[in-house]
Ligand binder design. Structure first.
Ligand SMILES: *Cc1c(COP(=O)(O)O)cnc(C)c1O
Length: 373
């Protein structure tokens, strides 16, 4: 059997171990410490935001973003529909109610037209909007930021998949009042597991630090006036992140090369690669395509996925839209078109996008896929 080709797996370089060793050598094997402080500074400086707090997961950064947005029982949070459940679940942690809005076809992200329809429908009940940048492709940020301003709601940006991507030259993870990124194992860079809360509001970041370290009041004894969480990143884990961050631009370049090779190779097939706006530069975290409707009776995404799996190659379906999830069957879904997310889910596939995949290995993936058409 050939060596397994992964969808997207960690790629380590060596510097990670240097920072981790430093944590061991100074016996700083604890939550917080120099690596955490430096990692926060390095990420904020890379992204271009004022402050950041490192968390045990991107999901936890999103949870505290929802909390800081002031979401209370029954408040509405308008969310991306075509995304991973971690984008939207934190709303429920604070007893809010998600309303999902349809995607548009130009970036596969939240459709601003559907967003405005939702904002009008729920008016004062809407506390926040959570927009995700799917597969590393920035959403229509000018429109979404503008609507949040117009209707006076807090924007939370889920940039978990899009670290390093830009929209009109500005990094994702800076468009929301509160923003989250992820360092899970399969993301553009990884700490094995972890995330970060980003904001230009330094007080907000201080609050996140407070809530993520058990909400201790200022007192030598352990006194609590609020419910806290244990969400802070460990100093060992942050060491991995510091080493990874040195290589993020290289990772993005390799991801883009993979995307461009697929695009070129499939130009004569009835498929379309995941699209992006001319004014944006994705991080190309995952290369995906949709099969044109007229070819769907000959070959479908699941057939391709299984054929690849039989060759020890990992591909993955597109995220199943949130409004189709059993756990969210009672939540409202705002649509303005022809159910774009469901259509992309039905016709789409995430292709192997691992940056350790060689050109020959990718040629083989391409050959197998072409053979099915
Ligand atoms: C990975 C991911 C998250 C969650 O990040 P974790 O670090 O795994 O908790 C949130 N949203 C999206 C869109 C993701 O892909």
């Amino acid at each position: 059997m050939e060596e397994k080709i992964w969808l997207s797996s960690p790629t380590m370089h060596g510097e990670e171990q240097v920072f981790v060793k430093e944590a061991f050598d100074t016996n700083w094997v604890a939550p917080l410490g120099k690596n955490v402080n430096e990692f926060e500074k390095e990420v904020s400086s890379y992204v271009g935001c004022r402050a950041a707090a490192a968390m045990t997961a991107g999901t936890h950064a999103l949870h505290l973003a929802v909390k800081l947005a002031g979401v209370r029982e029954g408040d509405i949070v308008i969310c991306s529909d075509l995304t991973f459940a971690a984008t939207v679940n934190p709303v429920k942690y604070e007893n809010g109610v998600q309303v999902f809005v349809e995607s548009e076809r130009e970036t596969w992200n939240m459709d601003p037209v559907a967003l405005e329809k939702g904002l009008k429908k729920y008016k004062d009940r809407v506390k926040a909007v959570i927009v995700a940048n799917l597969y590393g492709t920035p959403a229509k940020m000018d429109e979404i930021v503008g609507l949040c301003k117009k209707y006076g709601v807090t924007l939370i940006e889920d940039a978990a998949e899009s670290l390093g991507a830009t929209y009109k030259g500005r990094q994702t993870g800076t468009f929301g009042k509160y923003n989250a990124i992820s360092f899970n194992g399969n993301k553009i860079i990884t700490t094995s597991g972890g995330g970060m809360f980003l904001s230009d509001d330094e007080n907000a970041v201080e609050k996140v630090r407070f809530y993520s370290t058990q909400a201790r009041d200022v007192a030598p004894h352990y006194q609590h006036s609020e419910i806290g969480y244990n969400y802070r990143m460990s100093n060992v884990v942050a060491g991995i992140g510091r080493g990874q961050l040195l290589h993020i631009n290289e990772h993005i370049k390799l991801k883009k090369d993979i995307y461009m090779r697929y695009k070129e190779a499939f130009s004569d097939l009835p498929v379309e690669m995941n699209p992006y706006l001319d004014c944006s530069e994705p991080n190309f975290w995952l290369s995906c395509f949709t099969i044109n409707e007229e070819a769907m009776n000959r070959v479908n995404p699941e057939k391709i996925r299984i054929e690849l799996e039989n060759n020890n190659i990992e591909a993955r379906p597109i995220w199943k839209p949130m409004h189709l999830q059993p756990v969210y069957e009672k939540n409202d879904f705002i649509s303005v078109g022809d159910n774009v997310g469901e259509d992309i889910f039905r016709r789409g596939l995430c292709l192997p996008s691992d940056i350790k995949m060689t050109e020959e290995q990718q040629e083989n993936v391409i050959k197998i896929i072409k053979g099915l058409f």
